[in-house]
Design a protein around this ligand. Structure first.
Ligand code: SF4
Ligand code: SF4
Length: 78
């Protein structure tokens, strides 16, 4: 099963619409206290350990400012 290493949101453009939070099937995001450069409260991926890297948040962000980075798979026998 895939896991996320990190989730980045470009603070220059996030409009705080929370579509990413509502669409996520794994309940990863909550509204945070950090404001974007456009002065909107941004989501925080506070339960990133739940993320299955399905890509729904990335593909549904209207401003395409969210990127999910998958954890590298560990090679066997290492
Ligand atoms: S969907 Fe995109 S613009 Fe909306 S809150 Fe999430 S990251 Fe920000
Ligand atoms: S990739 Fe899928 S599981 Fe991970 S935060 Fe985005 S919508 Fe949620």
């Amino acid at each position: 099963m895939k896991n996320a290493e990190k989730i980045e949101i470009d603070r220059r453009y996030c409009k705080g619409c929370m579509l990413c939070k509502y669409i996520c099937p794994c309940d990863v995001f909550e509204p945070g206290q950090t404001r974007s450069d456009l002065d909107y409260l941004m989501p925080q991926p506070i339960r990133i350990e739940n993320c299955r890297v399905c890509g729904l948040c990335e593909s549904n962000c209207p401003d395409m400012v969210l990127t999910v980075f998958a954890k590298e798979k560990r090679k066997e026998n290492q």
